[in-house]
Design a protein around this ligand. Structure first.
Ligand SMILES: [Mn+2]
Length: 430
């Protein structure tokens, strides 16, 4: 019996108020789509089957380099975080798994598994952390980790990743995501080639320890915390890593880790074509790695990414199953609300991409009809698919309007009573 944090009565009464309007909107959209030969029931079923993992680090209030302003009822530890994650899943039915970050979420794996099971949550990719120093570690990552000039520091970073795999094995994870902060702040500070050789050697050791049914995701990022160069700076380097390591190694695309205006959907298409797209960290950005809510700044870009994913799905690409994860920092919102809204935006992009008339698009491309080709995408993007998203949630026992039901539940105030207030003032992204 799943331990549900929001009363079923709250969800039912909020849904009751909205059910008639949803039925009417869903039928109207169904009739509109039927005129284009699209079965709304089939689209709704696909949306209901689309899931995205919640990052454990996303349920606490985020921050910037300057400050963090915690809210009431901040999760104290991973077990509180899992409870918050279960609220997101209960109301959206879109987030049945959580992605852990070690050592932040380090706890007895048996207790983690039991708590997840009780809340009806599974575990997605494990994330290692060699971009900051844990209080008890022997060697500092100030000058790098997997690419550090000192062999003992590299060994420590490798060992940490091996530990993440061990914890992951015990809780049912099937992937390890590695993002390093390694790089340089000054021209000449680091030898590009030697640093990358050291990184590849260290990653090779991690790769060797990977269980047969696991995948290894490497995540590129063009700058920050290093501001002159990073060791894994872009998708080209990331592809070389995945290619060098072997068939269980894939590239992870964090939407915020590129230069502004980079054509990310095209990067996605290239990685799909060469069998190396591992998955995503969804978020949105205006200037850099802003970690804003998915779809909040440029929903069309998110749609164009999903257009490539659905295209690959329809082409039946062998072994194509990218991992979907959110990676965001919530500085001014209740993180639970932001994560629910983000899961919804990600599903929206997926639903819109499912509506693209791909046969027509192929034809326009072959005829060099640029206007109608782009209009084919726009027509799908302009479709208000909210009734599909709401109906998918309703059918699975979630909330028609998750934020409304969440606010009606008083969950934040309730956990605020048992979780002591956190003092603000400290910096830090997470
Ligand atoms: Mn990320």
């Amino acid at each position: 019996m799943t331990d549900l944090k929001i009363s079923g009565d709250i969800i039912a009464s909020d849904n009751d108020r909205r059910a008639a309007a949803l039925k009417s909107d869903y039928e109207a959209l169904g009739a509109k789509l039927a005129r284009s030969g699209i079965d709304i029931g089939a689209i709704t079923a696909k949306v209901a089957d689309f899931f995205v993992a919640v990052p454990s680090w996303g349920v606490g209030t985020g921050g910037t380099r300057f400050a963090r302003f915690p809210g009431p009822g901040e999760p104290r530890h991973i077990f509180d975080k899992l409870e918050d994650c279960s609220v997101i899943q209960q109301l959206t039915r879109a987030t049945p798994t959580v992605s852990l970050h070690i050592p932040w979420d380090k706890a007895d794996p048996k207790a983690l598994k039991a708590h997840g099971d009780a809340l009806g949550l599974g575990f997605d990719a494990m994330n290692s952390n060699t971009f900051s120093d844990a209080p008890d570690q022997a060697r500092s990552y100030k000058y790098g980790s997997l690419s550090h000039v000192d062999a003992a520091t590299r060994r420590q970073a490798v060992e940490h990743n091996l530990e993440c795999i061990e914890i992951g094995k015990a809780i049912g994870s099937k992937a390890l995501t590695v993002w390093i902060g390694d790089g340089s702040n000054f021209p000449g500070q680091s030898h590009f080639t030697r640093a990358f050789e050291r990184y590849l050697d260290a990653m090779g050791e991690i790769y060797q320890a990977l269980p047969q049914d696991w995948r290894l995701f490497s995540e590129h990022k063009m700058y920050e915390p290093a501001f002159y160069s990073t060791v894994v700076q872009d998708w080209g380097t990331n592809y070389l890593i995945a290619q060098t390591l072997g068939e269980k190694a894939f590239c992870l695309v964090d939407l915020g880790h590129h230069a502004p205006n980079t054509n990310i959907e095209m990067i996605v298409a290239r990685l799909i074509q060469f069998g190396k797209l591992g998955g995503f960290h969804f978020n949105d950005s205006k200037y850099g790695d802003d970690d804003l809510d998915a779809g909040s700044v440029d929903p069309y870009r998110l749609f164009l990414v999903f257009n490539e994913l659905v295209d690959a799905e329809y082409r039946g690409i062998k072994g194509f199953h990218p991992a979907h994860m959110i990676d965001q920092s919530h500085n001014v919102t209740d993180p639970i609300e932001s994560l629910m809204a983000s899961a919804n935006e990600i599903r929206r992009a997926y639903a819109q991409a499912l509506l693209v008339d791909r046969a027509a698009l192929d034809g326009y491309q072959d005829e060099n009809d640029a206007l109608m080709a782009t209009e084919t995408l726009k027509r799908a993007f302009r479709t208000d698919v909210e009734p599909i998203l709401a109906e998918a949630r309703r059918q699975k026992g979630g909330a028609i309007d998750p934020v409304s039901a969440y606010r009606a539940s008083g969950y934040r105030a309730q956990v605020g009573k048992s979780r002591p207030p956190v003092k603000g003032g400290s910096g830090g992204i997470v």
